[in-house]
Ligand binder design. Structure first.
Ligand SMILES: Nc1ncnc2c1ncn2[C@@H]1O[C@H](COP(=O)(O)OP(=O)(O)OP(=O)(O)O)[C@@H](O)[C@H]1O
Ligand SMILES: [Mg+2]
Length: 682
């Protein structure tokens, strides 16, 4: 037969100190016998040790008993604390014995003690007492009896009805359980729910006849059933863990605290529950963002090395192509190598975009202009049964972006929208000005206060299931067949938007559609003289003028290709593998160096570092930097170099010779701009 909680209160179990006392008596007897029989000295020593061990055991058992008898009370005041409710345990003299933090914040301990001892003189076991808090406001404390003369006191909200019965302390304990604004249950060791307070019933949506606890909840580590038996059999002391709710449609988590109710209650267990769904979601987001960061770092690192390899492959292929004419039997194979290198380079660019480590060619634009020019291409991509609708806001702010990258962002989103509407429909691209008056937090991102230009790309397609929405920005996450999607589209979008100082969010409901929202910071700086020439426009070949070029690159295959390419174009090339070597070669150069072509990342002195030193010691130079990395890398070092050109890896023979000819003919000398921040790409 099961005891109810009030019954259990009256039940007196055998003293758990019995065995320890017996042990102590046996040790003393042994000691006596040892002394009377004049044994060896070590026998006496053992006997004394045994006696001490017995004493220690008694003491330990006493402490454990005391501890266990406080279990229910402790569980309650801790649970109250988590909900900001002040609660405390009073000893048999009415003095505060254990207070929770909310209680310590609300009352002066001494004043509380004196009020309580006065008020409890002759008061029934269960009662209410009014005590002023630190601000002088009267607070009503509900008191109920605990075993061994102790009492539990909980501060009631002003609106709480008094749940305490006339004088019956045991019933009051159950009433207290029901009155505490925290989900609590009394559970048997086999998981049967003996009593659940209204909060617990609401949280678990319990019916009149609740199933056992382990059918309601699933432990994330140990099964709930095993936790209960371990606790009841004294193998653990309980604690709080997260559990998943089994019988609900949505993913829901609870924090489940389990404690033994104490010896007076048999093997009953008090379960304290609180909703942990939000906490769990936050944790999942945190793990996700860490993962994204790790993948980003990895992708960035791999991409950097790949760019060096691809530059060497495509460069040497270009050199070979110079020697093979169209009619040549090898020509076709070489063209194949070159095309595949270009494809690999495009893939690496996407990885770099995701890891936000690509070079952005930033310029100030009107978004409307970029999107309008893209309309034709988007229409073609969308096909016959999907239409595009553009809606532009009035007087849009300008934005400072990399035009080509932003085009890629919009294209990727529009193509995804198309794919989400296999039966056709409309993709809407809408722009407008948006202002955040204060810092705004959305999906863990902090949007600084200020002006933004908002771009919405909306479709009425299949939508994204909630369990996938967290993953869509991950590289290689795709729900499309291998031939149709690489899963790099959105990760590229994410990287570009982030690197441009913007934010991207997604709203989606299954079967109804999806809306991606981008906020790009409005450009408020001075008007730039003119936007950069259209990067897509064909580069006009310059006639090669000849001259001496100092080529600084630590990757030997890249350097050997670049040197040969430049020599073929009629330049004298001085090669160096490090910044230090470059400074030496510059000092020893037999003739004036017309141009420096230097990698940015070099062992020892990096590109910008040695160029600064050279400008100071040697005087004006024309400079081209080669980068496999990003503008942010340069900004971090506060370069302040102006009139330099940037050539991004991987580059072809044509790219290299065009940029070199261009820079030599421009006549612009690189200068150090004191105090300037950032790298200016012209
Ligand atoms: N507008 C959308 N509606 C529904 N699902 C979408 C939408 N946009 C993206 N998704 C989902 O996100 C996944 C990842 O998109 P992402 O653009 O990164 O890769 P992909 O489109 O599958 O492949 P890729 O863009 O590399 O060709 C898609 O496979 C799809 O499941
Ligand atoms: Mg895509």
């Amino acid at each position: 037969m099961r005891l109810s909680l009030p019954d259990a209160l009256t039940r007196r179990g055998p003293p758990s100190t019995g065995w320890s006392a017996l042990l102590m008596l046996a040790s003393l007897a042994l000691l006596l016998a040892a002394v009377v029989a004049r044994p060896e000295l070590h026998m006496i020593f053992f006997a004394v040790a045994a006696a001490l061990a017995g004493l220690a055991a008694v003491q330990r058992d006493r402490m454990r008993d005391r501890d266990r008898s406080l279990s229910v009370g402790r569980a309650m005041i801790e649970a109250c604390d988590r909900n900001g409710v002040a609660a405390l345990i009073l000893d048999d003299a009415g003095l505060p014995q254990i207070t929770n933090r909310s209680c310590a914040d609300l009352f002066d301990r001494l004043a509380l003690a004196s009020h309580l001892t006065d008020a409890m003189q002759g008061a029934p076991e269960a009662t209410t007492v009014t005590v002023p808090d630190l601000t002088g406001q009267a607070r009503s404390l509900m008191l109920v009896a605990l075993p061994r003369g102790r009492r539990l006191a909980v501060v009631q909200a002003a609106a709480d009805p008094l749940p305490v019965g006339p004088a019956d302390g045991r019933d009051a304990l159950l009433q207290l359980l029901d009155a505490v604004p925290v989900a609590m249950m009394e559970v048997a060791a086999d998981g049967a729910i003996l009593h659940a307070n209204p909060e617990a019933r609401r949280l678990l949506q319990l019916a009149r006849d609740p199933p056992p606890l382990d059918e309601l909840l699933e432990g994330l580590g140990l099964p709930i059933g095993a936790r209960l038996t371990d606790l009841a059999e004294g193998r653990t002391r309980g604690g709080t863990e997260t559990a998943r709710q089994r019988r609900v449609a949505k993913e829901a988590y609870l924090q489940l605290g389990l404690r033994l109710a104490g010896p007076e209650f048999g093997d009953r267990i008090i379960a304290v529950l609180s909703d942990a769904t939000e906490l769990k979601a936050l944790e999942a987001k945190f793990v996700q963002s860490q993962k994204m960061q790790a993948v980003g770092q990895l992708a960035g690192g791999v991409a950097h090395d790949f760019n060096n390899l691809l530059t060497a492959i495509s460069g040497h292929c270009d050199l070979l192509l110079l020697r093979h004419h169209r009619g040549d039997s090898d020509y076709g194979d070489l063209v194949q190598i070159r095309q595949n290198t270009n494809r690999a380079a495009a893939l690496v660019r996407q990885l770099l975009a995701f890891s936000r480590k690509q070079t952005l060619q930033l310029s100030v634009f009107q978004l409307r202009d970029i999107l309008s020019e893209l309309t034709h291409l988007m229409d073609r991509l969308l096909g016959a049964n999907v239409t595009l609708r553009m809606v532009h806001g009035q007087d849009l702010h300008r934005v400072r972006v990399d035009r080509r990258q932003l085009e890629q962002v919009v294209m990727n989103l529009v193509v995804n929208a198309r794919d989400a509407m296999p039966a056709g429909g409309e993709v809407q691209v809408e722009t407008r000005n948006t202002r955040f008056e204060t810092e705004t937090v959305r999906d863990r991102a902090r949007i600084h206060a200020g002006d933004y230009v908002q771009i919405d790309v909306r479709d009425r397609g299949v939508g994204i299931p909630p369990d996938q929405i967290e993953k869509i920005f991950e590289p290689f996450f795709t729900t499309k067949p291998p031939s149709e999607g690489t899963g790099l589209g959105l990760s590229t979008v994410y990287g570009i938007v982030k690197q441009s100082g913007g934010f991207i969010f997604v709203d989606s409901s299954e079967g109804e559609g999806t809306c991606f929202t981008i906020y790009l910071p409005a450009y408020t700086g001075p008007a730039e003289a003119a936007a950069e020439p259209d990067a897509l426009a064909p580069i006009i070949r310059k006639s090669e003028a000849g001259g001496t070029i100092l080529l600084v690159e630590d990757e030997v295959p890249v350097r050997s290709f670049a040197a040969r390419a430049l020599q073929l174009r009629g330049y004298q090339v001085i090669e160096a593998g490090t910044g230090e070597e470059a400074l030496e070669k510059l000092a020893d150069a037999p003739s004036a160096v017309d141009l420096v072509v230097s990698d940015i990342m070099l062992p020892g002195l990096d590109g910008p570092g040695w160029v600064r030193a050279a400008l100071e010691s040697h005087g004006p130079l024309r400079v081209i930097f080669i980068s496999g990395y990003s503008e942010s890398v340069l900004e971090d070092r506060e370069l302040g170099l102006i009139h330099t050109r940037l050539l991004q890896k991987p580059f072809s023979l044509q790219d290299l010779s065009d940029v070199v000819a261009d820079q030599i003919q421009s006549g612009k000398m690189t200068e150090i701009e004191p105090g300037a921040r950032g790298f200016m790409v012209q």
